[in-house]
Design a protein around this ligand. Structure first.
Ligand code: GLC
Length: 425
C-alpha cells in the first residue's frame, strides 16, 4: 500500500514539473511559489537528487538584490491567476511578487544535503546555495526587525503562507479598503468560494500591495509604512530553524562566518520567541507590532513553533496542547482550535489540515523527544491521503478534500513521511 502511495505521489510531482520548477497545482496556482518549491524539493530528493537541487536553485535565482526571495515567480504568462505581474509591478526581468514567504529553504537544503547519495553533486549545489540563503535570512533581520528584537514581522498575510488565518482578523482591521482599484478574483473560478478567503479580505490584501507598490518596493521603507506588522511564532520558528540548519550546513562546508552569524540569530531568537508563550492558551501566540499586544487567537502558528529548537518543556507543553485539540477533531492538526467560535472546518487556513505544517510540527516534536504525538500526526496525515487523495487541504472532522487537486507539496510530504516512517505511518 505504502509503495503505491509513493508511486502516486511521484506521478503528481512529475505532472506538476515544469522542467526547472514545479507549480503547486495547474489551474489554481500556475507559477512557482516559494515555500511550496523548497518543501517539494524534499520529495524529489528521493528519486532525482539533481532535480531536487534545481528546484531550490531556480527559486534563489530570482532573489532580489536586497536579499529578499519573492513568494511567487511568474515564469510564464497566465491570466488565470490574480493578482498577476501587472498588479505587482516589481520591475523584475522575470516578474515576481513583492512580498516573501516562510524561509524553509535552509531547512530543505540541509536535509537534502545530509541524505544525498551523490556527495559531489550535493557539495557543489549546497555550496552555491549557502550564501544566497544566508543573504535572505540576513535580509529578514535587517528589513523586518529594524529594532533588533530577534524576531521578524510579516507585513502581508500572504507572507505567512497562512493567508486567511484567524490570527490576522484583528490586525487586518487596521488595513483600509478605500482606494482599492476594482479587480476580478480568479481563485474562486478554480475552487469552491466557501473554501477560500472572502472578498473583504481580498480588498485588504490588494490595498497592501498597492501601498507597497507606491513605495517602489523599497524594503527600507515597507516595514514601518505597513499598517499590518505581525510577529508570527510559526513563521519565526521556520526562520530560526533554517538559521540553525544553515549553521550546520556551513560547518560541513567550512564556512565559519556564515555558521557563526546564523548561530547568533538562533541564540537571540529562541528567548525572544519564548516571550510569545501564553500560559492561558497553552501555546505560542502572534504579536501585533502595531498595537504592541499579543493576539488572542489559538491558531496552528503557535504550534508550529515546535519546529524551532525550543526548550524540552515548551515542546512537552505543545505536545499536551495538541493532544487536547485531538479530542475535538478526527485528524490532527487543524489549522485552528475547533473550540474557537471562528473555527471553520472548510475555509482554507481557518480550520483545515495542511500536510506541510503537520510534517514540520511532527519533525520538531520528534527532535524534542515527543515521538508519540509526532507519530500520531504523521499517521493522521497518511490516513487523510488514503481516504481523500492528494488535495490542497482537508476538513479535520470529515476528511473532505478541499481546494486544488493533485497538489505538489502534499505529494512531497507523503513521500517524505512514508520514506522516513513508513512502517509506523
Ligand atoms: C496559498 C497558500 C500558500 C501557498 C500557495 C500555493 O496561497 O496559502 O501557503 O504557498 O497557496 O500553494
Amino acid at each position: 500500500m505504502s509503495e503505491s502511495l509513493i508511486d502516486r505521489a511521484i506521478e503528481i510531482l512529475r505532472l506538476n514539473d515544469r522542467g526547472t520548477y514545479t507549480v503547486p497545482t495547474s489551474g489554481l496556482y500556475p507559477f512557482q511559489w516559494n515555500w511550496d518549491s523548497a518543501l517539494s524539493a524534499l520529495g524529489f530528493s528521493y528519486f532525482d537528487e539533481a532535480r531536487a537541487w534545481t528546484e531550490i536553485d531556480t527559486l534563489l535565482a530570482h532573489q532580489w538584490d536586497d536579499g529578499m526571495v519573492p513568494h511567487i515567480i511568474f515564469h510564464e504568462e497566465d491570466d488565470g491567476y490574480f493578482p498577476g505581474p501587472d498588479v505587482w509591478q516589481t520591475g523584475r526581468p522575470v516578474p515576481t511578487s513583492g512580498v516573501t514567504q516562510p524561509p524553509v529553504a535552509g531547512f530543505a537544503a540541509k536535509r537534502i544535503f545530509d541524505r544525498a547519495k551523490d556527495r559531489d553533486l550535493a557539495e557543489a549545489r549546497a555550496r552555491a546555495l549557502l550564501p544566497r540563503i544566508h543573504a535572505w535570512h540576513e535580509w529578514f533581520f535587517r528589513c523586518r526587525d529594524p529594532e533588533g528584537s530577534g524576531l521578524v514581522a510579516i507585513i502581508h498575510p500572504w507572507e505567512s503562507g497562512r493567508d486567511n488565518s484567524i490570527d490576522w482578523d484583528q490586525p487586518f482591521a487596521a488595513v483600509p479598503t478605500e482606494g482599492v482599484q476594482p479587480f476580478q478574483r480568479r481563485d474562486t473560478q478554480h475552487a469552491d468560494p466557501s473554501h477560500r478567503p472572502t472578498d473583504e479580505q481580498y480588498k485588504r490584501y490588494i490595498w497592501l500591495v498597492q501601498k507597497f507598490r507606491s513605495l517602489g518596493w523599497n524594503n527600507d521603507k515597507l516595514h514601518d509604512a505597513s499598517p499590518f506588522r505581525v510577529v508570527d511564532p510559526g513563521f519565526n520558528a521556520i526562520l530560526i530553524r533554517s538559521c540553525a540548519d544553515l549553521a550546520e550546513l556551513a560547518d560541513a562546508l567550512d564556512e565559519p562566518e556564515i555558521a557563526a552569524t546564523s548561530r547568533a540569530r538562533v541564540e537571540a531568537g529562541i528567548p525572544a520567541l519564548d516571550a510569545l508563550w501564553s500560559d492561558e492558551f497553552g501555546q505560542f501566540l502572534c504579536f501585533d507590532r502595531v498595537q504592541g499586544a499579543l493576539i488572542q487567537s489559538a491558531s496552528i502558528g503557535g504550534l508550529l513553533a515546535a519546529f524551532a529548537p525550543i526548550s524540552q518543556d515548551r515542546a512537552a507543553a505543545l505536545a499536551a496542547r495538541i493532544d487536547d485539540i485531538s479530542s475535538r477533531t478526527n485528524y490532527l492538526v487543524p489549522s485552528h482550535d475547533p473550540a474557537a467560535p471562528e473555527f471553520d472546518s472548510l475555509r482554507y487556513w481557518r480550520g483545515p489540515v495542511w500536510l506541510i505544517v503537520n510534517t514540520m510540527i511532527a519533525n520538531g516534536l520528534e527532535r524534542a523527544g515527543q515521538g508519540d504525538i509526532a507519530d500520531r500526526i504523521r499517521t493522521d496525515s497518511v490516513r487523510l491521503i488514503r481516504q481523500s487523495g492528494f488535495a490542497e487541504y482537508y476538513d479535520p472532522i470529515t476528511a473532505e478534500p478541499c481546494g486544488g487537486e493533485h497538489f505538489t507539496w502534499t505529494a512531497a510530504m507523503v513521500i517524505e513521511i512514508l520514506n522516513l516512517h513508513g512502517e509506523k505511518a
